[in-house]
Design a protein around this ligand. Structure first.
Ligand code: COA
Ligand code: MG
Length: 291
């Protein structure tokens, strides 16, 4: 099963965790970081550990821990590791060194770095190849980086990203694909604006992101649909694959009056693989075998 939608649930809201399991998200991100106030971290750790221990794993269960230098991470890990989260999301990651540091504290647990939350992190985006085997994928954020550099906003008045954040988004996209990892687009915070979300998610898929994070239940079906190939796309992809199978010695063919060659075949195979993965149903097995 792929990671199309990943729904955040604040770690101090166990009522919402149970609800979140039934929403069709491919993964839940149980948050111990920014959505939990300092005074409630202990309570959140307990709630997350207890949920991990008891939940029927209809979705993969990730935990967003606090950053390496937060002074909170050791207690986060002590609370949740025994309950076997499917992955740890690492905020404020700064390249392979951060992943290695976390892996030393949490051996064997897959890691999903948020790879663009500090200025230095941007210059480490090319370093993740060294720790590829530990990664679930890469994702990025558009909230912490502007705060870190004193930018007024990451967005133009019409909601689109300003140039610096478009750059960061694109760099994450290529950094992920450079190592053959899943690339997860960041959240769309305006959760009442479902049309805006749909445009955002469709643009993400168009550009090559493989999934997207959500913050609210209503966002999940829209994200899932946006990252699921339509029957029409699957039929076209099958026609391309079939055309090349019927003409094994041809590098270039025509289909319905349009030229197709190697990149079209690669793209078609990618769509068929995604379709096959979507049909294979909920994840089973050990975390290692799932990524
Ligand atoms: N997971 C599961 N259920 C959620 C949810 C979530 N992330 N967000 C909302 N819900 C549920 C509510 O419990 C409510 O359920 P009910 O109808 O059975 O009572 C329903 O969805 C409607 O909620 P709504 O009133 O629209 O939202 P809200 O104002 O209570 O909460 C947020 C809005 C943004 C605070 C909330 O969606 C949230 O906490 N999202 C996650 C934030 C987060 O983790 N951020 C960190 C990463 S950016
Ligand atoms: Mg943050």
């Amino acid at each position: 099963m792929r990671l199309r939608s990943l729904l955040f649930v604040p770690g101090d809201r166990p009522d919402r965790m149970e609800k979140a399991l039934g929403l069709g998200a491919d993964a839940l991100i149980l948050d111990l970081e920014d959505s939990v106030a300092l005074a409630r971290k202990t309570e959140a750790r307990k709630a997350v550990a207890s949920f991990l221990g008891s939940a029927v794993r209809r979705a993969r269960l990730f935990v967003r821990i606090n950053a390496l230098d937060s002074g909170l991470l050791e207690d986060d890990l002590a609370a949740v590791l025994d309950a076997r989260p499917d992955a740890l999301m690492l905020p404020k990651a700064e390249g392979s060194g951060s992943v290695e540091a976390l892996a030393a504290l949490a051996p064997g647990v897959p890691i999903l770095p948020i790879a663009t939350e500090t200025p230095s992190a941007i210059f480490q985006l090319g370093s993740y190849a060294a720790v590829r085997h530990r990664l679930v994928g890469l994702t990025w954020g558009a909230e912490d980086l502007p705060a870190a550099i004193g930018a007024v906003s990451a967005r133009n008045p019409d909601g689109s990203y300003t140039n610096p954040y478009e750059l960061v988004r694109s760099l994450t996209l290529f950094a992920g694909h450079a190592i053959g990892a899943a690339v997860i687009d960041t959240v769309y915070p305006d959760f009442r604006d479902l049309e805006g979300l749909q445009r955002h998610a469709e643009r993400a898929r168009r550009d090559g992101f493989t999934g997207m994070m959500a913050i609210h239940p209503t966002q999940v079906p829209i994200i899932n649909a946006s990252f699921t190939p339509t029957p029409d796309e699957v039929a076209k992809a099958r026609a391309i694959v079939d055309a090349f199978a019927d003409n094994p010695d041809s590098g270039v063919l025509q289909l319905d009056g349009r030229m197709i060659d190697a990149p079209h075949l690669r793209q078609a195979q990618r769509i068929l693989n995604a379709d096959a993965a979507d049909r294979s149903g909920p994840a089973t097995g050990t975390p290692k075998s799932r990524f």
